[in-house]
Unconditional design. Structure first.
Length: 288
């Protein structure tokens, strides 16, 4: 056989090996897209998982619950994350998706500390976000106009907040932000602002978490629904997940994540809940 023919064969073999190796890498990839509220937990869990599964390749992105559900339904990602039940999202066929509840997260209204208010009633909170209250002095605070910062449409955090607080009333038109991080930054730096955010993000030099009807926003109060603003953190797959995705979800539901990582970051384990909530927002005590 001629030398140049052997050379061509050698190059072809190398190309085939590169292709096979590339496919193997692609096959190890798990793409997780959706809820920004769950992003912190998913990212940290993914990093920890890689320490014991070095061949894994876990990519976590935000975009909102609506994006997560639509992407997983389309088969574009392995896992779609959501703060809300798939049944409640228009255009999503929940029957084709498999639901894994991996945590619970609290939602808390936050204000810039300069407003001089630390507690509101649920009615007052509703009046703020529907535009009926427009100045903090109406709530015993300073004479500062109320500036509402809402979450973008498609946000599961927004859906959960409006379902529980607004009772089908229409939210006031306002500036919208698509992530917890963006909301936190604006409220921390802008006088008179109010918004709502997931518990793990609710910190900052100029941020004040609001109590509601005298109830403090704590994970302990969430377990009994005394603090009503909370949501399940769902991981959805399109039907039965493949082997690698199933292994990662099993890890998410295991003791290391549920007992260590979940509370460390500020979420709440499903196992700690004394109540359940369905897609119609009906809350039932566990065991009944």
């Amino acid at each position: 056989m001629k030398k140049h023919s052997i050379g061509k064969i050698f190059v072809l073999v190398l190309l085939m090996l590169a292709f096979v190796t590339g496919c193997a890498k692609d096959n190890s990839k798990i793409t997780i897209v959706g809820s920004s509220a769950l992003q912190l937990l998913a990212e940290q869990a993914g990093n920890d998982y890689r320490l014991t599964h070095p061949s894994s390749n876990i990519v976590v992105q935000g975009g909102g619950s609506g994006t997560g559900l639509s992407q997983v339904q389309a088969g574009a990602v392995q896992i779609g994350t959501s703060d809300v039940f798939a049944e409640t999202k228009k255009g999503i066929d929940a029957k084709k998706l498999k639901d894994y509840k991996v945590a619970v997260v609290g939602i808390v209204p936050i204000v810039n500390k300069g407003v001089g208010v630390k507690d509101v009633s649920m009615k007052q909170l509703r009046q703020i976000f529907t535009g009926k209250l427009t100045n903090w002095k109406q709530l015993g605070g300073k004479n500062i106009p109320i500036t509402v910062i809402n979450r973008s449409k498609g946000s599961g955090t927004r859906d959960s907040f409006e379902d529980i607080v607004l009772h089908n009333q229409k939210a006031i038109k306002s500036q919208e932000q698509d992530s917890n991080g963006a909301v936190k930054k604006i409220v921390d730096s802008t006088p008179g602002t109010i918004s709502y955010i997931s518990f793990p993000y609710a910190n900052g030099n100029n941020i004040q978490k609001l109590s509601i009807d005298g109830v403090k926003p704590t994970n302990k109060n969430i377990t009994t629904n005394k603090w009503q603003l909370w949501a399940y953190q769902h991981m959805y797959t399109k039907g039965e997940p493949d082997k690698k995705t199933k292994a990662f979800i099993k890890y998410m539901l295991g003791k290391k994540v549920q007992q260590d990582l979940v509370p460390k970051i500020g979420y709440l384990s499903i196992d700690e809940m004394k109540v359940t909530r369905d897609s119609n927002n009906r809350v039932i005590k566990v065991g009944k």
